[in-house]
Design a protein around this ligand. Structure first.
Ligand code: FAD
Ligand code: SIN
Length: 526
């Protein structure tokens, strides 16, 4: 089956929906016909966006300033950030957030003023939030806004498998070829099992994170790095994948996937990190104590756990004003209570878990990748905003700013776009449904173990080398299985996770200095 749209948006989180609504508004308000397909691999709201707790950062109070937000972002990112991108994002933030409010997003207020929270690495209160379920509120408002636009069609349970480029027209496409073009994607309709062709003048990748390459992650199961892997296979360029952010405080519940997040805003509210005996330790690592940036805090916790031979530390909020705490963090309070932790009496056991990818598909300031008519925004992209470590609550912000900028870039470049009429159908002749699903399950387990044990918070050359060799072997085994099999979501996700893990390891191996989230013990010795 062939679908043809003006625009194909892969992903229905904050990045994809912001972009789609902007396009729809533009054409609808000019009275021009337009067709936009948004595809999403499960139900529309199952995204990293929905799980965001703390909020979205922006300079909103009179006491705060753009300069302070810019400095905090670059300080957290260890100077690896692209300064002009940081300036763009910070300065455009209030306007983009006002649009979210205009779409119907609610943020908590005290009287006429927004209640601005503070998180690690921020020198001022600047986090707009809706209780501790900010992402769910933004996702709700954006999905409702999408419903108001007849030009947008949402395809749920459609899984993008591969991007379509000149490669599918029989040409040789190599990575630094300058005229690679994207014409859409091959997409698996997961209800029928058929791969359908989605042709489009412009394609947007807004596929989110990669958390599930690790054993323990705060990301939902959809986060398997599909967009990054698809772009890389289509000869897209990726940057900074070694900068994997581990959130310092996920709830300690061994084996639970995804790990439940205890928002950084809890530390902004006064929560203090402690060892089991009630002693504090952050004073040994950073003068900002429990509100140090995430890379420093996660490493400090890792080091305390190794020193004490424990598998978690604690977050203590027992001295907080409970009524105010409950008002701001009803979701976290209830979740803790459900597993027998009463935050008034008990310290919360916490452990770092994979949370965010700072790198991704390289894009310019208009969200364009190196492949013509292919854009990327949100967590799957690398704009240069985050540098070597993302500042808390800057991710939703980046996604909404770049959803907008990519829309502007798309409109600007549209005149040269076309859809060729000779794109072949998906060819799966000679493949069969694999009988041994166990192979995929076991390979995924193995990959998770390799990445968690060898490519975690603290790395060494030997661990990285070992990870590289193991993942290469998995890659070869999986390629054979993939060639012989009818395409399915588990097989494709594993393929993508192997591709992305390979990139993470390669980039970690070539990074010779310790910066931000990349910390290799051998770099200290060298
Ligand atoms: P997502 O919201 O993850 O959306 C990805 C979309 O792509 C989904 O619709 C998915 O179905 C689709 N997709 C993926 N692959 C395919 C495929 N192959 N085919 C079809 N569709 C596909 N950031 C902040 O700034 N503030 C916070 O407070 C905050 N809290 C967080 C709390 C948690 C628990 C987590 C996990 C993250 C948090 N983050 C926070 C990070 C932030 O939520 C994400 O970085 C951001 O939401 C990513 O948005 P996105 O639009 O790029 O991707
Ligand atoms: C959190 O609430 O701690 C998550 C914030 C973020 O990831 O930016």
């Amino acid at each position: 089956m062939t679908h043809q749209y003006d625009f194909l948006v892969i992903g229905s989180g904050i990045a994809g929906l912001s972009y789609a609504t902007k396009l729809a508004r533009h054409f609808e308000s000019n009275g021009e016909p337009v067709s936009i397909a948004v595809i999403t691999k499960v139900q529309a709201d199952e995204t990293n966006t929905k799980y965001a707790q703390g909020g979205i950062a922006a300079v909103w109070s009179k006491e705060d300033s753009f300069d302070k937000h810019i400095d905090d972002t670059i300080d957290a990112g260890d100077g690896v950030n692209k300064r002009h991108i940081v300036e763009i994002v910070v300065r455009e933030a209030p306007e983009r957030i006002q649009e979210l409010i205009d779409y119907g997003t609610r943020f908590d207020r005290h009287g006429n003023e927004y209640d601005l929270a503070r998180e690690g690495g921020h020198s001022d209160h600047r986090i707009l939030h809706f209780k501790d379920i900010t992402g769910a509120e933004i996702e709700r408002a954006l999905l409702e806004e999408v419903q108001r636009h007849p030009s947008i069609s949402i395809f749920t349970h459609f899984f993008a498998v591969d991007l379509i480029t000149q490669h599918h027209l029989g040409e040789t496409v190599y990575r630094y070829r300058e005229d690679i073009r994207c014409f859409g994607a091959y997409v698996l309709n997961t209800r029928t099992g058929q791969v359908e062709k989605f042709l489009a003048k412009t394609t947007m990748l807004a596929t989110g994170g990669i958390g599930n390459i690790y054993q323990s992650t705060t990301n939902p199961t959809i986060a398997t790095g599909d967009g990054i892997a698809m772009a890389y296979r289509a000869k897209g360029i990726c940057d900074n994948l070694e900068f994997i952010q581990f959130h310092p405080t996920s709830l300690y519940q061994p084996g639970k996937k995804p790990s439940f997040l205890i928002s950084e805003a809890v530390r902004g509210f006064g929560g203090i990190l402690k060892n089991a005996d009630g002693s504090t330790f952050m004073e040994n690592y950073d003068p900002r104590l429990s509100l140090a940036p995430r890379d420093i805090t996660a490493r400090a916790i890792d080091s305390e756990m190794k020193r004490n031979g424990t598998d978690h530390v604690y977050l203590d909020v027992r001295d907080a004003d409970y009524d105010r705490f409950l008002e701001h963090f009803p979701n976290i309070t209830q979740h803790c209570l459900d597993i027998g932790i009463d935050v008034r009496r008990d310290m919360i056991p916490v452990v770092p878990a994979q949370h965010y990818l700072c790198g991704g598909i390289r894009v310019n300031e208009w969200g364009q990748t190196n492949i013509h008519f292919l854009y990327a925004a949100g967590e799957c992209s690398c704009t240069g905003l985050h540098g070597a470590n993302r500042l808390a609550s800057n991710s939703l912000l980046e996604a909404v700013v770049f959803g907008h900028r990519a829309y502007l870039g798309t409109i600007e470049n549209l005149k040269d776009a076309y859809i060729p009429d000779n794109v072949p159908d998906w060819d799966d002749s000679g493949t069969t449904h694999p009988e041994e699903q166990v192979l995929v399950t076991e390979m995924t387990r193995e990959l998770n173990s390799i990445m968690s044990n060898y490519v975690g918070i603290v790395r060494t050359n030997r661990r990285l080398r070992r990870a590289y060799e193991r993942v290469e072997l998995l890659y070869r085994e999986h390629e054979q299985l993939y060639r012989e099999s009818k395409v399915s979501v588990p097989i494709s996700e594993l393929r993508n996770m192997i591709n992305v893990s390979y990139l993470v390891i390669k980039m970690a191996m070539s990074r010779r200095e310790n910066v931000g989230l990349h910390y290799n013990l051998d770099n200290i010795k060298a």
